[in-house]
Design a protein around this ligand. Structure first.
Ligand code: SAH
Length: 243
């Protein structure tokens, strides 16, 4: 389980962060990353962490999700929201088979207690997952959600889990995919395809498309090369038109 790290985005209750640390310790996951957290070293957090305070002590803080997952080779986002809204959302039992077996460090991202993850944050993930529920409410307590996800992942050995066609090649990192999307949007704007009021919807659609494509590092390089050449061609043709 050492390849996993847990990322909590803006947790507001120290007790929840403490309980997350305990669940991680139970399941053999040590790395905790926090985006703009509450006071996670308070007595309340330590009390719930029980003998797992070391995970709290060693937690690393970031000011955005993009920074927190920048070095992860595969990013899994969790959400209790309706499945039909996201192309890459699967139920938890399907998750292990979708993790590339060659993936190195894997980030598991969990959202705010009150509002979960934003669409922008969900768009940063390679894969989205929902814990199926059968009662009146869909949303679990944050630490319980962490526990269930880690338990499910612990049942499958990482090397045997992944889909075969990705096992031989490196999946592009979250940082590379974000760089590609930003570059793509700059070009879409230049050619007049992107209207500012459509930015969010378009970002979501392209994020879904790119996540489904499971781009490798060479794919990102190829697409960025194409985008650079497109920019250059536009620039040259504009220069030619200038008197
Ligand atoms: N009201 C929020 C729920 C937040 S619960 C919402 O609508 O999203 C806090 C976090 O726990 C979520 O962001 C998610 O990371 C995790 N979580 C809770 N229930 C979950 C479920 N059924 N499936 C997957 N993750 C869940």
């Amino acid at each position: 389980m050492s390849q996993y790290c847990v990322v909590l985005v803006e947790p507001t209750l120290p007790e929840n962060v403490g309980s997350v640390a305990r669940a991680m310790n139970n399941m053999g996951v040590e790395a905790l990353r926090l985006v703009n957290p509450c006071d996670y070293r308070s007595d309340a957090a330590k009390c719930l962490a029980a003998h797992s305070s070391e995970i709290l002590e060693n937690a690393v803080c970031f000011s955005s999700l993009e920074e927190a997952i920048a070095d992860a080779s595969f990013v899994i986002g969790t959400t209790a929201r309706a499945r039909d809204r996201f192309a890459t959302l699967v139920d938890l039992p399907q998750l292990p088979a979708l993790i590339p077996s060659g993936a190195g460090s894997i980030a598991l991202v969990f959202g705010r207690e009150s509002s979960g993850l934003t669409n922008q944050e969900l768009a940063c993930c390679h894969q989205l997952v929902c814990i199926p529920t059968f009662g009146q409410t869909k949303s679990l307590n944050l630490a319980q959600a962490v526990m269930v996800v880690l338990y499910e992942l612990s049942r499958v050995s990482p090397s045997g889990a992944g889909i075969s066609d990705l096992s031989e090649r490196e999946v592009a990192s979250a940082r590379d995919v974000l760089g590609l999307k930003e570059h793509l949007f700059a070009v879409l704007k230049t050619v007049g395809f992107l209207k500012e009021h459509q930015r969010e919807t378009l970002w979501q659609s392209f994020s879904d498309l790119i996540a489904r494509a499971r781009l490798g590092t060479p794919d990102v390089r190829l697409l960025r090369g194409f985008l650079r050449r497109t920019e250059l061609t536009i620039k040259r043709s504009r220069q030619q038109k200038e008197p």
